[in-house]
Ligand binder design. Structure first.
Ligand SMILES: [Zn+2]
Length: 74
């Protein structure tokens, strides 16, 4: 079986570090690069960056919870 995959390698701006990366996770309109994903996973509450992550991720969570049908916020 042949799969047709037309995947363009697009870079996206990471929500956390604002760098353009093409490897990471997508949360609806948001993108978190794999580096930041690892950092977040390993970040403890003592980590000064932890609050930054939490703050930025709050936007994602708000976006997810306010998900309205038929309306795509841009
Ligand atoms: Zn990042």
């Amino acid at each position: 079986m042949r799969e047709r995959i037309h995947e363009k390698k697009k870079t996206k701006d990471c929500l956390i570090c604002f760098s353009s990366k093409n490897v990471g996770i997508h949360l609806q309109d948001f993108f978190i690069c794999s580096d930041c994903e690892k950092k977040m996973v390993n970040a403890g509450v003592d980590d000064p960056h932890y609050l930054v992550y939490v703050h930025r991720l709050r936007r994602v969570r708000e976006s997810l919870t306010q998900n309205k049908e038929g309306e795509v916020p841009k």
